[in-house]
Ligand binder design. Structure first.
Ligand code: TYD
Ligand code: MG
Length: 443
């Protein structure tokens, strides 16, 4: 039997210590360290055992459709009973709106810790849901939420947000790591024991918030993050983890006066319809889940007043940008050493694959040379450290999307030419072995 000793934990960040201290050395907060009696761990009696996997019954994986096709797609075809979904995103992105929109079909119990029932009713009217199908409670104590769920037997429990839920038996302020973690694990347990799906909403706040949803990622089944560009009306829902489906699917929404709507012309929403050929722009096609999405990379290369020129990127991995800049210097003879390089992917889109490398390289060269790329050109290819172009997955689908959007020529890696030509594109497919060859052909 383990020795029974006391230890100390920080009620703000959850770090533990063997000695009491006035200030937590992990998070820097004062007076947050509390005494915690160690639970006595008792060894199970009997010999440990295991059973063949085949003797385990199959879980009920029948999915519940929420009626919101984009949400269902991202979840892998609907919500699995007993699963726990974490819906995260910055404040104001539309988490509560989405949760309320799917709550009607699910006969949900909606726990709100942030808004009054009147505010929620108002939002419900705005997005025209049937208010008689959803039950609202503003109770934030985790045991109360659990007993209310047992009493009401809802089709789904929605908790908005997990950062406002607390456990009255635990010390620590509401929203602290220990409170959030403890409440979430109680709700996960509730979901598993009763086969009730649970949706936990979590805020990702600006740097500095330690009790963020990141800390819950490992205890939930599915992690969905809402991303978007606040200046535009589009919102992207992305699965970062999914025990019951693929993580590649993207859900695309438009925030309107009547809530979140499905986007009609999904493949082109990130392309500026009024774009004109100007130096620094290049278009590529991303493949996300079952969707091809055209996007425009914008580069600005300007003379730098710093001895260490800046490289900044929005929507594209900064480390890949550094690599591409180095490749352009070394293998294509572009002198970027005295220039700042800024990259932006239009429409707030985030590129999560390497097939956009070539478009980034071309955009940089185009801005540096102050020459625009000929209208109707698309670029698909990964760039290697040696400056070669590598083939990408699903080239046919990407080429088809360019075809539907009326593009005239597509630059691809030599290895992709054959497949790309098989995609029924009536324009030109131009294969190249290296980035430097493409630069030679384009400019
Ligand atoms: P909200 O769902 O409250 O965001 P979150 O829960 O993620 O903090 O909504 C965010 C914004 O969306 C809010 O600024 C108002 C706007 N909005 C609309 O434009 N149309 C609508 O129908 C609704 C309900 C909200
Ligand atoms: Mg909200």
């Amino acid at each position: 039997m383990a020795k029974k000793t006391d230890y100390f934990v920080c009620s703000a960040c959850g770090a533990d210590f063997s000695k009491w201290n006035g200030r937590c050395t992990a998070c820097g907060e004062w007076n947050t360290i509390i005494d915690k009696p160690q639970e006595v761990k008792v060894k199970n009696s009997g010999t440990p055992s295991a059973v063949p996997l085949s003797s385990i019954g199959k879980e009920n994986l029948e999915r519940i459709a929420t009626g919101n096709s984009e949400f269902d797609l991202v979840c892998g075809g609907g919500i699995v009973p007993g699963s726990v979904i974490l819906l995260g995103g910055e404040p104001g992105i539309g988490k509560s709106t989405l949760a309320l929109q799917i709550s009607q079909k699910l006969r949900a119990l909606y726990i709100s810790g942030e808004e009054s029932p009147a505010q929620i009713r108002q939002r419900g009217d705005r997005i025209s849901i049937d208010p008689s199908k959803v039950n609202i409670s503003i109770n934030n104590e985790v045991d109360d939420i659990i007993s209310l769920t047992h009493k009401m037997k809802p089709g789904c429990l929605i908790v908005d947000s997990i950062q406002t839920v607390y456990n009255a038996e635990l010390p620590g302020i509401v929203g602290s790591v220990s409170q959030v973690r403890e409440s979430a694990s109680r709700l996960v347990d509730l979901a598993k024991r009763n086969d009730i799906p649970v949706i936990l909403i979590g805020h990702i706040t600006k740097e500095g918030s330690i009790a963020g949803p990141k800390l819950l990622e490992h205890i939930v089944d599915t992690v969905l993050y809402f991303e978007g560009d606040f200046s535009r009306e589009f919102r992207v829902l992305r699965a970062f983890k999914n025990r019951y489906g693929s993580v590649n699917e993207l859900g695309l929404f438009r925030m309107t006066e009547q809530g979140l709507e499905e986007v009609k012309d999904k493949n082109r929403i990130f392309l500026n319809p009024f774009r004109s050929p100007s130096p620094g722009n290049a278009v590529s096609a991303a493949f996300e889940g079952s969707r091809t999405i055209l996007f425009e990379v914008q580069a600005l290369v300007t003379f730098s007043s710093f001895s260490n020129p800046r490289r900044l990127s929005d929507g594209f991995d900064i480390n890949r940008l550094l690599i591409i800049c180095a490749v352009l210097e070394k293998h294509a003879g572009l002198k970027l050493g005295n220039f700042d390089v800024f990259i932006n992917v239009s429409g707030g889109f985030n590129i999560s694959e390497t097939s956009g490398d070539l478009a980034v390289a071309i955009a940089i060269a185009s801005s540096l040379k102050e020459k625009s790329v000929e209208e109707g050109s698309g670029f698909i290819g990964e760039v290697s450290l040696a400056g070669e172009l590598r083939p990408v997955s699903q080239i046919e689908k990407r080429v088809q999307e360019f075809r539907f959007s009326g593009f005239k020529r597509i630059y691809v890696s030599e290895g992709d030419v054959e497949k790309a030509r098989g995609a029924g594109f009536d324009g030109e497919i131009i294969g190249a072995r290296t980035v430097s060859q493409v630069l030679g052909l384009v400019f």
